[in-house]
Write a protein that binds this ligand. Structure first.
Ligand SMILES: C[S@@+](CC[C@H](N)C(=O)[O-])C[C@H]1O[C@@H](n2cnc3c(N)ncnc32)[C@H](O)[C@@H]1O
Length: 299
């Protein structure tokens, strides 16, 4: 692969820990719901060889093409699907699979999405306010800003971004939207920088608003809830599910759903507390710093 593509490649998070908890074995069927560039998937394929099958899902078609290139090099058996993972049952029926032995969800976005300015995920790069993981349909971040009232925007920043200055930010955004229109990432980031008081925090003042818009545009929490509501019906006894989340809203949903299933004697929780990356990993890959891994087994 060309060097520049390698530079853009997403570094998979907590690979050892994922393999430990997922415990993939030779001949098994594993569902990677967020296959991305195939970082975790290639390691899983090594464990399930020679006759196991990896089913990979991603809603980002461009990233899925990269996964195809990368996984083809392993020479192992995989099938890739362009879908939202909440539609996993349709994917499984297309693949003619009833039950799986392991499931991985590595939530959020890929650094490949962040690094491409034209995707509009990053406040540090000038680009259109898009933020859709699946560019084949759906509304963009720009559409959301254009359509929502000040109150709805405020609620969105507060709920999905846990942003304490949501009211001020919503007001300033709508003022500029009405005056000149807001079309770019940098334009939005500049508005936020102007109205949020400078505290001691090291994170950029636009971080939380960008997170909130991304969650809303991609309906991230809805997909996760819908998926966790039904996945246990497709897991063989002893099948493992591993979820890596990157913010407290996701982690709370995973924690609550695992506890509910444990009370129903459907899951045994394998991680009483979430597993976090080592300091060494955080040094190597700053994006891993907010990762939390939870795992459970179908009983
Ligand atoms: C953190 S990356 C996964 C990286 C991957 N584990 C690897 O090692 O390369 C998350 C991926 O999930 C995809 N994604 C996020 N939400 C999704 C959803 N609801 N359905 C399908 N794919 C989704 C994103 O497009 C992104 O490629």
């Amino acid at each position: 692969m060309h060097d520049t593509t390698n530079d853009l490649l997403h570094k998979p998070v907590m690979v050892e820990e994922v393999l430990d908890y997922l415990n993939p074995q030779t001949g098994q069927v594993i569902l990677d719901c967020t296959v991305g560039g195939g970082g975790h998937a290639s390691k899983i394929l090594d464990k399930i060889k020679p006759n196991g099958l990896l089913i990979g899902i991603d809603k980002d078609l461009e990233i899925l093409q990269l996964a195809k290139q990368n996984l083809s090099k392993t020479g192992r058996s995989f099938r890739l699907f362009h879908a939202d993972y909440s539609d996993f049952s349709e994917v499984l029926s297309q693949a003619e699979i009833n039950m799986v032995n392991g499931i991985l969800l590595d939530l959020g976005s890929s650094s490949m999405q962040f690094d491409q300015a034209d995707r509009g995920f990053s406040f540090a790069k000038e680009g259109p306010l898009d933020m859709r993981m699946d560019r084949s349909h759906g509304i963009t971040a720009k559409d959301l800003i254009h359509r929502l009232s000040e109150q709805k925007l405020e609620e969105l920043f507060s709920k999905y971004g846990e942003e304490r200055w949501s009211r001020r930010i919503a007001r300033a955004i709508l003022k500029e939207e009405n005056d000149t229109g807001i079309t770019s990432t940098k334009q939005l980031a500049n508005i936020i920088e102007r109205v949020v008081p400078r505290g001691k925090s090291k994170i950029h003042p636009a971080t939380r608003v960008f997170q909130a818009l991304r969650i809303a545009v991609n309906k991230e929490l809805e997909s996760l809830e819908a998926f966790l509501n039904k996945i246990h019906n497709y897991m063989t006894l002893g099948a493992r599910i591993v979820v890596i989340s990157f913010h407290s809203l996701e982690d709370r949903i995973v924690k609550n759903k695992f506890s509910e299933r444990a009370r129903q004697n459907i899951f045994q929780i394998l991680t009483k507390k979430p597993i976090t990356p080592s300091e060494h990993e955080i040094e190597r890959n700053i994006r891993s710093r907010s990762a939390k891994l939870r795992a459970a087994e179908r009983v």
